[in-house]
Design a binder for this molecule. Structure first.
Ligand SMILES: *Cc1c(COP(=O)(O)O)cnc(C)c1O
Length: 347
């Protein structure tokens, strides 16, 4: 077992967390004169459950993960930020991340004054474990991995990730925001027992709840306890808790299958355009494409009312646009616009 206590910031190890009125008395009925709320019913006048018990119970059923291995955050971005706040001493500790990858690791690190050591992926976006581990030193608290990776779309083999988890003495944070679209199995269950693995998932992508802001972290009960201690007590508001619970009853299986089918189609369609030199294989709901003049193609699509993500200025993504898979109708419109694009001949 890895020494998690040795990774925790000393000030956090000493922290006695804020105890909410709802922590001290948990009966369902009574006259609540403990939290200075309005006594008049508006539907929203009471503070929400700081432990999100009902929602966690449902997520536990869906994911097959014990309740005490689940952290819920205001998007996975909150969980990312908490990894820094719980484990990384500002101006001293560092984290290792792959590059290119999701921009929030860098932003969260910077706001917490933590160095990020970026390890470039190979030209095909595969990961060299030796290079990754070599970037770590005694002050490296975490390695951030994203699989399927944003913006490249590829997923790393499970054996490779578990090998890194085993060999590294700090935390491995594995961002699985796109797991629902991937043929590579999730490591969420594995994270509950490994000791140094935190798996992040989100309801923002396949589950269609980006506006409700709900991210999930799966790990050991101790790591979940540490993150919960540091979060804002009422981090998931009542509207989000109720609406997510309701929306979770809707299946997204058919939609995910449709997106995967459209992804396969888009892969072939996009690869056939002479101005697209490469379409990177994807396990996510987007495709990264390389073209001679990404800015020109981006502007062309904008002129047709189609907004994609320009990754041209991201290291390792020179000449690249990231295109989300839309509905079949939206994708047809994308192809139609691409058919009118001619290289070096911008409208
Ligand atoms: C979209 C995305 C997220 C989601 O963040 P939320 O805060 O949950 O909306 C997390 N990680 C990656 C890699 C993403 O692309």
């Amino acid at each position: 077992m890895k020494d998690i206590e040795g990774l925790v910031r000393p000030n956090i190890a000493r922290l006695s967390p804020y105890s909410t009125a709802r922590d001290e008395y948990q009966g369902p009925l009574g006259i609540f004169l403990d939290a200075n709320e309005s006594p008049y019913e508006t539907g929203w006048n009471r503070y929400p459950d700081p432990h999100q018990k009902v929602l966690k119970a449902r997520i536990s059923e869906i994911k097959g993960v014990p309740v005490d291995s689940i952290f819920l955050g205001n998007g996975s971005d909150e969980a990312i930020d908490l990894v820094f706040r719980v484990f990384c001493v500002p101006c001293k500790d560092n984290v290792v991340a792959i590059s290119p990858s999701y921009g929030m690791y860098q932003v969260a690190a910077q706001t917490n004054d933590i160095e990020v050591r970026n390890v470039p992926l190979e030209a095909d976006f595969s990961l060299d474990s030796a290079k990754l581990l070599a970037a770590a030193d005694a002050c490296t608290k975490a390695i951030f991995l994203c699989s399927p990776n944003n913006p490249s779309g590829n997923a790393f083999p499970v054996e490779q990730i578990l090998d890194i988890v085993e060999r590294f003495d700090g935390l491995v944070v594995l961002d699985e925001a796109y797991a629902d679209f991937s043929s590579i199995p999730s490591l969420a269950k594995e994270a509950c027992t490994r000791g140094n693995l935190i798996v992040l998932q989100t309801l923002s992508k396949a589950r269609g709840m980006a506006a409700l802001r709900l991210g999930m972290a799966f790990s050991t009960p101790r790591i979940i306890e540490l993150m919960s201690m540091v979060k804002y007590p009422y981090n998931i508001n009542q509207a989000a808790q109720s609406l997510v619970l309701k929306q979770l009853e809707e299946s997204v299986e058919t939609q995910v299958e449709e997106i995967k089918a459209e992804r396969a189609l888009a892969y072939d369609r996009l690869a056939a355009y002479p101005f697209i030199s490469k379409v990177f294989p994807s396990e996510a709901n987007f495709l990264l494409v390389r073209t001679a003049d990404a800015d020109a193609l981006y502007d062309h699509l904008i002129a047709d009312g189609i907004i994609v993500r320009n990754r041209n200025r991201i290291a390792g993504c020179e000449g690249c646009l990231r295109i989300t898979i839309g509905t079949p109708e939206e994708n047809r419109k994308l192809y139609k616009s691409l058919e009118t694009y001619e290289e070096g001949n911008i409208r």
